[in-house]
Design a binder for this molecule. Sequence first.
Ligand SMILES: [Zn+2]
Ligand SMILES: [Zn+2]
Length: 312
Amino acid sequence: MANESTETSGGVADAESAFMTLSHDLRLEILLALWDAPGFSLSFSELRSAVGERDSGKFTYHLSELQGHFVAQTDDGYELQYPGHRVLDAIQSGVFHEQAAVDPVELDADCRDCATALTFEYGTDFIGRVHCPDCGNRALEWPFDPGGTADRDPEEIVNAFDRRTRLIWSCALDGVCPFCAGRIDREFASNVDDHGICIGVLEELDRYDEYFARDHPAVVSVDCERCSFYSFIPVGVVLLSRPSITGRLHEAGIDVRRTPLWDLGFVVDADAIGLRMADSMAIEVAIQDGDEQLVCVVDESFDVSVERELDT
Ligand SMILES: [Zn+2]
Ligand SMILES: [Zn+2]
């Protein structure tokens, strides 16, 4: 969310200049031709014939505009550089020029409110949605790139959505932006302050009313200091990267890696989350396994401890 200039080199003007460099279709064709080439490298004549440009002067001019950042000149010719790869990656994600839709897919997981089978849908607003077609319960929603729907059957798309959402959440919760690698500010957001006084913070947060887990007593807000990434993550997701918790769950027969996010109650169920008010705020996350319950406490440093295990 932060737009302030940083100490690293490169400001808005430099970024505009970089985008302008890519503003001619011949330049994108040059990047694509190098991407297709063995070792991402071609000689001048190979590259020119690959893009089919007869006008040598025009070709030379556009190639020279890419040189230095997107393309490097080597002894053998021209080679695609890391920034060139990232341009192509962004194009392949489809977010700039594609829209895809996925018809409702019935999932092998039930709604926690009414036990109807959940469905997955993906629409032209770039949001993947896991929800209950009967009672409307929104189990999980997160953006997904259209590229993720290509060459996959519906079940594979659903699996990719789960994997990618996990990756983004895990990276952001570790304080690293999954999109720009910048620093992420993380903090609990809840409707009460450290003294248990209701201060209605959540409702005041930008776009919180649209958030699928807005009924949770607390969530983790994540805000990139560098790019536009700003969102909320269910507190239970913190547990997914703690071996002390995932190990116990594994012993109890719950494989958190193979179980989709929307089938993990401690991630998606508001009732699993409780607030602890002491000197500072901590969040209690209850993991139910049959008659047994594991109560974990996530503190403000995102350290997790197991508070109690109930054997009934
Ligand atoms: Zn339902
Ligand atoms: Zn970022």
